[in-house]
Design a protein around this ligand. Structure first.
Ligand code: HEM
Length: 406
């Protein structure tokens, strides 16, 4: 998708789409300009293969207000800025409203609390160390692509090892399938059915065992208001569990790694930071990068929002990225300010009932990478290196060639 905007020009609000290649190639300049000149408005851009035209909200206050109003702004008709056919695949619980959403989150939340994740901490650090060692070996005497060797590897390894009990050597084909989905989405039909077949088999074997105490066991027995999910819904839930934390966290890690590679003095400062400052730096990096730039809702009422006459049935885009750079919420929003008092109020993980289930896990992964990278004596990109981004549900540099040394 490309709007054909002149180089250096700004996209017209009526043509705005988060996945427009012109917007992506010049992301923050375009997004900041749009928020400043048109905080809320109507775009004629597409939101599915067949439909176009949506309201967009760019400022922090409006994005928060709509995101926390699930009664009037539903996710059940889709939550992606470019909507897949929900009859083919629904992302559960993302594309559901209460009561279904409430019951599923209640069952899944316990696996992703800070207390539950504390147990996984040694495993996370072991995986980070393993990947860093491989990167350092590959970088000897040259460059290594930190995206290919680290940021695209960490999220699947931690999720499959820690949550699903699968070892790296067992899941080679899954890592390859995820890589294909990520880098060649046009080939999704080649790999997605195999992945979903594997998911269905694992769930059914848990049901046969009657095992309910691990994540798959809970998904295998999910109920909504006392009625079990059907087989397809169980697979759709398991599938989102796997995919929701992949491209998103990979994009976040890659963006943060790129920022770190550009600022040696920040790395030196963070190498000496205490836990509190590292936590706040992690949030500040995520605010600044906004790996998931937006989400969609469908209005279930006629309601005026920021002066826009939204009608029931209208599609609405929540621009998380723009909200995260709103100077009314974050003074000097384009700067990284690690001791911002409200760093954690960002909407990189969304807001309201759908706020990211895996946010504590993602934060821990990003923090562990920051710690590991900042402990190196060097981690550099070529001066002037400009990474490529692909318009997608989650943004992050597609590659990051670095030199690095212990
Ligand atoms: C930096 C990494 C991540 C970012 C930026 C991110 C971002 C988001 C955002 C913005 C939403 C809200 C979408 C909406 O409101 O429509 C969301 C929801 C979700 N995320 Fe994440 N995410 C990340 C990592 C993860 C991880 C590691 C998991 C692991 C399970 C995960 C699982 C989910 C799930 C299941 C939902 C749906 C929650 C619901 O509908 O209640 N995410 N994420």
């Amino acid at each position: 998708m490309s709007s054909g905007t002149e180089a250096g020009g700004f996209i017209e609000p009526s043509e705005f789409h988060l996945y427009d290649q012109t917007v992506n190639d010049d992301f923050w300049r375009q997004v900041n300009h749009l928020r400043e000149t048109c905080p809320a408005g109507w775009s004629n851009g597409p939101w599915s293969e067949f439909d176009s035209g949506f309201w967009f909200f760019n400022d922090f206050a409006t994005v928060q207000k709509v995101a926390t109003n699930w009664r009037e702004f539903s996710s059940a008709e889709g939550a992606a800025p470019m909507q897949f056919d929900l009859d083919i695949m629904r992302m559960i619980p993302l594309e559901t409203d209460p009561p279904m959403h409430r019951d599923i989150r209640k069952a899944l939340n316990p696996f992703f609390t800070p207390t539950a994740l504390k147990e996984q901490e040694p495993r996370l650090h072991a995986i980070v160390d393993r990947l860093m060692e491989r990167c350092l070996t590959k970088a000897e005497g040259g460059q290594v692509d930190f995206v290919a060797e680290f940021t695209r590897r960490l999220p699947p390894l931690i999720f499959f090892e820690a949550f699903l009990g699968q070892r790296e050597e067992e899941i080679g084909w899954i890592l390859e399938a995820l890589e294909t989905l990520l880098l060649h989405p046009e080939r999704a039909l080649e790999v997605a059915p195999k992945l979903m077949f594997w998911e269905a088999e694992i769930i059914e074997s848990r049901r046969a065992e009657g095992k309910r105490d691990d994540l798959i066991g809970v998904i295998a027995h999910l109920e909504v208001e006392g009625v079990e999910l059907d087989e397809r819904q169980r697979v759709e839930t398991f599938n989102l569990m796997i995919l929701a934390g992949m491209e998103t966290t990979m994009g976040g890690l890659a963006s943060v790694a790129w920022e770190l590679a550009c600022v040696p003095d920040v790395r030196r400062m963070l190498a000496r930071a205490d836990e509190k400052l590292l936590d706040s730096a992690t949030d500040e990096f995520l605010r600044h990068a906004s790996p998931v730039p937006g989400a969609a809702r469908t209005a279930h009422a006629d309601v005026e929002v920021a002066g826009c006459p939204v009608k029931s049935g209208d599609r609405v885009l929540l621009n998380w990225a723009s909200a995260n750079r709103d100077p009314k919420q974050f003074p000097e929003p384009d700067e990284l300010i690690f001791d911002r008092s409200n760093a954690a109020s960002h909407v990189a993980f969304g807001a309201g009932i759908h706020r990211c289930l895996g946010n504590h896990l993602a934060r821990r992964e990003v923090k562990a990478m920051i710690r590991a990278v900042c402990s190196l004596s060097s981690f550099e990109v070529e001066p002037g290196f400009a990474p490529q981004f692909r318009p997608s549900m989650a943004r992050g540099p597609l590659s990051l060639p670095v030199t690095m040394a212990r």
